[in-house]
Design a protein around this ligand. Sequence first.
Ligand SMILES: [Zn+2]
Length: 287
Amino acid sequence: MADYPRFGPAGVPPSFRVLKASLMDVPRLLREEGLDAFEYQAVRWGVKPQIRREDAEKFGLKARENDVAVSLHGSYFMNFCGGKETVDASKKRLIACATASEWMGSPLVVFHVGFYGRKSPKQVFNECLEALKDAVSEMKTLGIKGVKLGLETMGKVSQFGSLDEVLGLCEQVEQTQPVIDWAHLHARDKGRFKTVEDFREVFVEIEKRLGAEAVKNMHCHFTKIEFTDKGEKRHHVLDEAGYGPDFELLAKVIAEFRLNPVIISESPILDLDAIKMRDILMKELKC
Ligand SMILES: [Zn+2]
């Protein structure tokens, strides 16, 4: 979607809330900060969209007027690795999110696929594959064509969503794309991003398996993260020493390959770190 790198927050920044800004003001306020992406948080939604269609459409219009690229983060209450009832309810939630996403003109619903539970990773992979194929065919039946499912790489070892698993599903399910949450990969793989080469490897792997377009317009989440043996523990701000990954290393690879990712800041200070990341990348692009 983007023809240049875009940056924005995951949800409405705290400073906008202080201003008592409504959702409709968010695109303009982001634009004033020089940001151009926004991930709407539908993370507590049930089986129906919790925004009225006319509001979603109006919000989408405001976003387009301000050239802010919108994505939607789907409900946390989904698990495509569970029993039949859980999977059916998850499908309904996913469809509700995709429906609202289409109303907003957002091309992507980001979501967490699920938890392994007691099943083996292989069995879980196969079950998710079938469930997501079903969900996509239902989206097609409903005429939801402009929205892709964004499968997020996950930060806890109990969660389905290693890079390999996400790419494996994206290879086989239409209307999907990977969402690379760098902090999650860093936490899951116990601090894997130490050098520019560690980041480059991920891009090379995605290009090999999904093609050059998948890399060029990648959708990412970024924050610094604290982790334990079980993976993700807590998000940290960009300036905090002692935590990774280092955005400067990622910026070098984005500049080297001239990529146009959407980078959503999930730092505790959302928009302020989005601005910081944007400035780091701009500096890299000028060298
Ligand atoms: Zn997420």
